[in-house]
Design a protein around this ligand. Structure first.
Ligand SMILES: [Zn+2]
Length: 649
């Protein structure tokens, strides 16, 4: 947090030239809002988002780099140059672990204080890729070494284009930050090969795992080379026309069962669906395709009104890592892959830029503070792949598909480097610009330095959000010309107070719109954060009769660690009529706020699973004070049962 007596410089300009961050629509693109440059926002490590970003730089990213060697992902590339002798190890798409980690390193290198080892990793790995790359531009360690005669033959399953997409994203980050020419050259050669092979003059292929679409659009945005955008558009057009071999998973798994424009429901593999929809929005806004954008909006309604967990997690079936039916949201068998949470941030950010509505920023916040933050341990080096909302007593956590605690790496380790690349660029997702001024979507301690109508503006943000709802802003603008600063009031917030003397205030679409001369001004927004109960839609049968606890953007859970010895979590009931309170989190970070509630414990009766309903289910209920902890902090103490949804009867 900034010191209270530190004031922003009245006409401070960004210390470095404006560099684009992730997602940079061209000026011609459809867009209600525009992203700020990568250098416009700096997060203070004293705030929650800044703390996560600092932890990512200090712990998660170095851990990922070390794991690339340990798990063999780098050796899979080195064996093609004779620098390593051994079999391919890990998944056949392990190149993406390398590419995502390179992207994270590139974003991190935007900070002049970044560890120089990151630059050595980025450059050294890019040189390795250049040595591996075929003369025609082809690059995929698994296919090149193991199935050289199957290039582009098994697109439904090979992940060749998916891998290429992650390489392009790393190259885009390097280009925008201004580091690493080699990776950009490698990416361009492969992208040009894709255009030749799959463009209008090539064959009608597409990838079984979406992701290359959004990467191609970003590469177009960075290079100005239109064929990349055209190819992304073609890939989206081709999906849903039965061009992919459905093999054992079926076409829905691949989102190949219906063209995107006709789809009414998100379906199939959740990460693929969400990556696809990010690409759909990118193509729609760059090509002015309002019908395609409407399809994305329609699918957003399907995803977020009927298929999203209260933590913001996506994917309710372990089988196929897939979406279930509407309202099929079992808490104990929730899949909720971490990559789906990352992809949800990507998609909502794009929808927010395109349309400017609060609901997208609300979802971005929900998934960030719950599913996404919960995927990482407090020390930043252990991770969940699946993110359940309940862990039962007696759970067999030996399978990495549903472990009882976070693991340092996975046999399919797509998630940790995905977290690393998002966290390294997290500051870019907090605020935007529009013709009338600036919009603050995510509240985080730090500084915003931007241009409004070509004149510098500095906003110092002081807040302990999400633990406190107070957001204090000190604004300095070089010009006295009035403009509008918009502050999001999240949908969960039922009351707020605003101290913005001198400003004209309007409230539209969930944003407080403050208009005034900002040459020297202060604003304090207080979002009330009383602990609250959350009920699920009646069709979510799996949690019927249960309530969840929340405060501000945070969802809470009960953990075995907070129960008296001998009390089994499944025997605990919540009294919905008793008052809720706050307290410090036992054994948690000092700033963390836990909730207090009142409940009871009633030991389950006979072991038989079914009974005559006139017979009471258990022994007499004993009152029990309850302590609930933020979901994102679960599993950081002794491993044990956990639940978000608590029975009330
Ligand atoms: Zn993953």
């Amino acid at each position: 947090m900034l010191d209270a007596d530190v004031q922003p410089e009245p006409t401070a300009a960004p210390a470095t030239p404006a560099r684009p961050g992730p997602t940079r629509p061209t000026p011609a693109a459809i867009g209600a809002l525009r992203p700020l440059s990568l250098d416009s926002v700096s997060l203070s490590p004293s705030g929650q988002l800044g703390q996560w970003q600092a932890r990512n730089a200090a712990a998660t990213l170095p851990h990922c780099i070390a794991q690339l060697d340990r798990a063999g992902a780098l050796n899979n590339l080195r064996r093609l140059t004779g620098e390593h002798d051994g079999p391919h190890t890990g998944m056949w798409f392990s190149d993406t672990d390398v590419f995502k980690t390179m992207e994270a390193a590139a974003w991190e290198l935007a900070d002049p204080r970044a560890d120089p080892d990151l630059r050595a990793f980025l450059d050294g790995t890019a040189e390795l890729l250049a040595r591996v790359q075929d003369t025609d531009g082809y690059l995929n360690s698994y296919v090149m070494a193991e199935r050289p005669d199957r290039r582009w033959h098994d697109l439904h399953w090979s992940h060749e284009l998916y891998c290429a997409g992650h390489l392009f994203q790393a190259a885009v980050a390097a280009a925008r930050v201004g580091v690493g020419q080699v990776i950009q050259d490698v990416a361009r050669r492969l992208a040009d090969l894709l255009v030749e092979r799959f463009g209008p003059a090539g064959t009608e292929g597409l990838c079984g795992h979406a992701g290359v679409e959004t990467a191609l659009v970003e590469l177009y945005r960075t290079t100005g080379h239109r064929p990349y955008l055209d190819l992304a558009q073609l890939f989206i057009h081709r999906r849903g026309r039965g061009l992919l071999d459905p093999e054992r998973f079926g076409p829905t798994y691949l989102q190949d069962h219906v063209p995107v424009r006709e789809a009414t429901e998100v379906a199939g593999h959740a990460v693929r669906q969400l990556y696809l929809l990010s690409g759909v929005v990118d193509v729609a806004v760059e090509t002015g395709d309002t019908a395609l954008l409407a399809a994305a909006r329609r699918l957003w309604d399907s995803a977020y009104l009927t298929k999203t967990y209260v933590t913001g997690a996506h994917g309710s079936r372990h089988r196929d890592e897939a979406y279930g039916d509407p309202y099929e949201l079992p808490p104990d068998r929730a899949y909720g892959e971490t990559c789906a949470a990352v992809a949800s941030v990507h998609w909502n950010w794009r929808m927010l830029l395109a349309e400017g509505h609060r609901r997208y920023a609300d979802e971005l916040e929900r998934v960030l503070f719950n599913a996404l933050a919960g995927a990482s341990s407090l020390d930043g080096v252990r991770f969940f792949y699946s993110n359940p909302l309940q862990l039962r007593t007696g759970h067999d956590g030996s399978d990495e598909d549903a472990p009882g605690q976070r693991l340092p790496w996975y046999s399919c380790s797509c998630c940790p480097p995905n977290l690393a690349r998002l966290m390294a660029s997290l500051h870019a997702y907090t605020a935007t610009a529009a013709a009338d001024g600036l919009q603050l979507h995510l509240y985080a301690a730090g500084t915003i330095q931007a241009q409004v109508r070509g004149r510098p503006v500095t906003i110092a943000v002081r807040t302990a959000y999400p633990w406190s709802g107070r957001i204090a802003l000190e604004v300095r603008a070089a010009s006295a010309e009035p403009w509008t600063m918009s502050l999001r009031v999240p949908a969960w917030c039922r009351s707020h107070r605003l101290d913005a003397a001198g400003a004209e205030v309007a409230y539209t679409d969930g944003y407080l719109r403050l208009t005034r001369d900002w040459s020297a001004a202060s604003v304090v927004l207080d979002l009330d954060l009383p602990p609250r109960l959350v009920a699920a839609h009646p069709h979510v049968d799996a949690v019927r009769g249960c309530l969840a606890l929340a405060r501000g953007p945070l969802v809470y859970c009960l953990e075995q660690a907070d129960l008296p010895a001998g009390v089994r979590l499944e025997d605990v009931r919540l009294d919905p009529d008793a008052p809720l309170g706050t307290t410090a989190m036992p054994g948690g970070p000092p700033e963390a706020v836990a909730l207090t509630a009142t409940g009871s414990v009633s030991p389950a009766g006979p072991a038989e699973p079914y009974r005559d309903p006139t017979i009471p289910p258990g022994g007499p209920a004993t009152p029990l004070p309850l302590t609930a902890v933020p979901y994102f902090l679960w599993g950081n103490r002794d491993p044990g049962p956990m639940r978000v949804w608590i029975p009330t009867g």
